[in-house]
Design a protein around this ligand. Structure first.
Ligand code: HEC
Length: 132
């Protein structure tokens, strides 16, 4: 009986934790980008990306980092012609991670740095055309 209760508690805790992450990411995505108007943001984001993300996502952000082949899912290629996401969504994933393979950086990097990287990755996107 005790084990069952402990298991149920663990399940509730896991559900709450997963739900909270979704909620927190949702709230983060609704924020105003605090680094939008700083001309240094993109280059600072690029430097932070090379230091923290390139091992998986590749120096050119094309998904071909040295660790990519060891992961269960391929890291996102931010230069792919079909990749179109807002800076806010990108930054939300940087903050709270994605799936099992993409770590959350909300406790590892200052929030402004997360937005700088979001601005950098967004700047790599090809313009959306009617045919893409
Ligand atoms: C340990 C390897 C690893 C590291 C380090 C890593 N990522 Fe990822 N990232 C991944 C993988 C794998 C995915 C794809 C996850 C999926 O689709 O389930 C991903 C997905 C993402 C996504 C979601 C893209 C989308 O639109 O679905 C963003 C944004 C992202 N990474 C940014 C970053 C940034 C910025 C950093 C550094 C601060 C970083 N990642 C560090 C492996 C990594």
């Amino acid at each position: 009986m005790r084990t069952r209760h402990a298991l149920q508690l663990a399940c509730v805790a896991a559900l709450l934790a997963a739900g909270c992450t979704h909620l927190r990411m949702g709230l983060f995505v609704l924020k105003d980008n605090p680094r939008e108007d700083d001309p240094a943001s993109i280059s600072q984001g690029r430097a932070a990306f090379e230091a923290n993300c390139a091992q998986c996502h590749g120096e050119r952000a094309d998904g071909h980092g040295p660790l990519a082949a060891t992961l269960p899912v391929l890291p996102t290629d931010f230069t792919a012609p079909g990749y179109h996401k807002s800076t806010n969504r990108i930054s939300g994933h940087i903050a709270y991670g994605k799936g099992d393979a993409m770590p959350a950086f909300i406790n590892a990097l200052p929030e402004n740095t997360i937005w700088d990287i979001g601005n950098y990755l967004h700047s790599l996107q090809k313009p959306e055309t009617e045919h893409s």
